[in-house]
Design a protein around this ligand. Structure first.
Ligand SMILES: *Cc1c(COP(=O)(O)O)cnc(C)c1O
Length: 376
């Protein structure tokens, strides 16, 4: 018997597990036909806010728009510096750039891959020297590991920065027992299918405890409405979450804790098998990651990639180019010392298959392929 193929994300497997429930959830929407802002949207927002321990959840069309809407709610625009890590998905820098603000790159920590507060302090000085007004910082819970919140908050307070947590990869993660979504001035998440909580297409949400921010977000996602969309009090967007996606997410949320526990078990098994073979991901003492990705660092990354491919194990590089090296962002300011950790990670980071449906034997098979390439 040949061994079963290993999926990187297993979206098909999860969809089939939930197939009957998803079919009925979608059928209910077809029956009531309230495709825009139907009852499932409000129900999902209440459930998500309760899950995270946030006062408000405002769903929207996708994670990139969630980031953009939060910055819009704070009137961030030209002349404003918005600090973003260089080692992240481009959306983190795209949101401020779309609003005419200046993304200013910041290096990341070598241990948890998340924003480095010392580099943030240096980047603030760079922005000030360039005549920009330090306005906000968007730390990213990369791969699902929560950011170093106390250190970042201290710098943010010192310079009056709003903190917008990009938790697109980290729904379900917590720090010191507090879930992502319940800290920061606002938190953006994505429901892209491969994220820890994914829908059947694009989706996103913003969490906040601030009533004024939440009210602005609800207005922005519907054309800057006041009472309705024909009464426009600010510049807005068409950025609602479809009712059918909300219905799907309610079903996915019902199994989310079960899936998260399995992701954590897979991560622990990987770490036991790979410690000393490659650099396994560090977890801060009070952090419980969501494990959107399990990312190792390998000095001989190309050899590990090749050995895994030969063994039928898919791997991916998140991210091959740090944003400060991307042609679209080459002119963006960065600290005088540059972003050397981001450059190093871009050369050595390698993500292994990660999803709740990986079996222990598959994890062992993946680890064996990595070990073989490392000569261990
Ligand atoms: C996926 C992702 C986003 C964007 O989410 P979309 O829903 O795809 O727009 C933003 N930031 C990070 C770090 C992401 O991984």
């Amino acid at each position: 018997m040949t061994e079963a193929a290993i999926d990187f994300f297993a979206i098909h497997t999860q969809t089939q597990r939930l197939r009957t429930r998803l079919d009925s959830a979608m059928a209910r929407v077809l029956d009531h036909a309230q495709f825009i802002m139907g009852p499932e949207v409000a129900e999902l927002e209440a459930r998500l806010a309760a899950y995270c321990g946030a006062r408000h959840c405002v769903t929207c069309s996708d994670g990139t728009t969630a980031l953009t809407m939060a910055l819009m709610a704070w009137s961030i625009g030209p002349g404003d510096a918005v600090f973003v890590p260089s080692f992240t998905f481009v959306a983190t820098a795209e949101a401020p750039a779309l609003l005419g603000a200046t993304p200013v790159f910041v290096d990341v920590r070598a241990d948890t891959f998340t924003l480095d507060s010392d580099s943030l302090e240096a980047a603030v000085a760079t922005a000030q020297a360039a005549g920009l007004r330090p306005a906000a910082v968007i730390p990213v819970d990369l791969y699902g590991h929560p950011v170093d919140r106390p250190a970042i908050d201290a710098v943010a307070r010192r310079h009056g920065l709003r903190v917008l947590n990009d938790a697109a990869q980290a729904f379900g993660a917590s720090l010191a027992g507090v879930r992502v979504g319940a800290w920061s001035d606002a938190t953006a998440v994505s429901f892209f299918p491969s994220k820890p909580l994914g829908c059947l297409g694009d989706g996103g949400a913003v969490f906040t405890d601030d009533d004024a921010t939440a009210a602005a977000l609800r207005s922005i996602r519907m054309h800057g409405k006041r009472s309705d969309k024909y009464d426009n009090v600010r510049l807005g967007l068409n950025a609602r979450l479809d009712t059918v996606q909300a219905a799907v997410l309610l079903e996915k949320l019902a199994v989310f804790d079960d899936e998260l526990a399995r992701r954590r078990a897979v991560a622990a098994r990987y770490t036991t098998a790979l410690e000393g073979v490659v650099t396994t991901p560090s977890v801060a003492p009070d952090a419980a990651p969501a494990w959107a990705l399990y990312t190792v660092q390998a000095a001989n990354r190309a050899a590990v990639e090749a050995a895994c491919a030969a063994a039928g194990v898919p791997t991916r590089v998140y991210y091959p180019t740090p944003l400060h090296r991307q042609p679209g962002y080459e002119k963006a300011p960065r600290p005088a010392a540059g972003c050397p950790v981001a450059e190093d990670l871009a050369r050595h980071a390698l993500s292994l298959p990660m999803h709740p449906y990986l079996e222990d034997a598959q994890v062992d098979r993946i680890a064996a392929a990595v070990r073989a390439a490392s000569g261990a």
